[in-house]
Design a binder for this molecule. Sequence first.
Ligand code: GLV
Ligand code: MN
Ligand code: MN
Length: 413
Amino acid sequence: MTIPRIDADRLAARLHALAAFSTSQAPAVTRVVFTDEDRQARAWFRACCEEDGLTVRVDAVGNTFARWDGTDPSLPAVATGSHIDAIPNAGMYDGTVGVLGALEAVSALRATGVVPRRSLEVVLFTSEEPTRFGIGCLGSRLLAGRLEADSGTRLRDRDGVTLDEARQAAGFTGDLASVALGPTHYAAFVELHIEQGPLLEQRHIPLGVVTAIAAPASLRVTVDGEGGHAGAVLMPDRRDAFLAAAEVALAVEAAAVATGAIDTVGTTGVCHVFPGAVNSVPSRCDVEIDVRDIDQARRDAVLARIAAACAEIAARRRVTIETAVVNADPPAACDPAVVDALTASCEALGLAHDRMISRAYHDALFMSRVAPTAMLFIPCRGGVSHRPDEYASPEDIARGAQVLALTLARLAG
Ligand code: GLV
Ligand code: MN
Ligand code: MN
């Protein structure tokens, strides 16, 4: 097999160019779905794909598919990709490595002059991050048919803007139901991503072949109490929504720790206090909670414990607490044949690799429902992610792209 040559400098330059589409000051990157920055980044990405000779299709939610036809375009294609949206105050590698690395891998394969049997598609998934609509993997979830178009249509951001309004304003029209692709659409899916954890770096291993992805869940909790003057309302009379929410956050921590398993994690990452004035007793609090585990039953038991804690806190503090489960997804097992293709590619290049699980979720979690799927991890410095100081070296990124290229060639025949 001809070894595809990755242009590490071009890939690094493209990652830096993409990082510039951001609403926060470098090195921080913030790119929320369907904002101007996201739209500009998408237009830039599309131009890169076209410059590299790929044909671009965009679906009704903005998932973008850049295709290189194989010798038999009627066969299900092999797909690879990730996301380019970035949470507030993020770094520049989460997701982007898997999109631009995929483009570089496919371009490197094109440059070998050997056309595979199956077509290859580079996919940019819309809104893997839950920042705007509260739900992760929005694009891949819809694509895999794991979110009904009806429910999708009802999603709203914090300003009350619906998903339909936001996507249409960004130029993505059409019926949301048309986003779903059947289980025979793709022959395989592979996602390249930074590890977002420290194991590869600690073990001095350049590549991780992912065998399973942990089960994520998220909750939106609304606490309603009673507001009032911070000087005049006496302490025994208070029904402070924020204090109840603070107890909910502590209950999340307690529920996660109580499993005794290192794989259970719980985070309260959003807490909006209304009206948000220093001299006003909080009357309402909107809280968002993230719970994960590699064991779904244990994760669900944590959710039940949090629900019980909310009921107890509400009664004791005389507030109302409404909890809504935004998503509670099962974990995913990667496909043995795709795992083997990744492993064989590492071995063909003489590169050490480890098998590992992904504690973060990825679009691969949903792609695994409709295609044989696996992931490839590269190290990131200190295991840091979702922070501006997130870093992966150009060498590690290029190595990942090269293994990806070889794997795509294997899978595409
Ligand atoms: C993805 O960004 C995750 O939170 O795992
Ligand atoms: Mn992320
Ligand atoms: Mn990601």
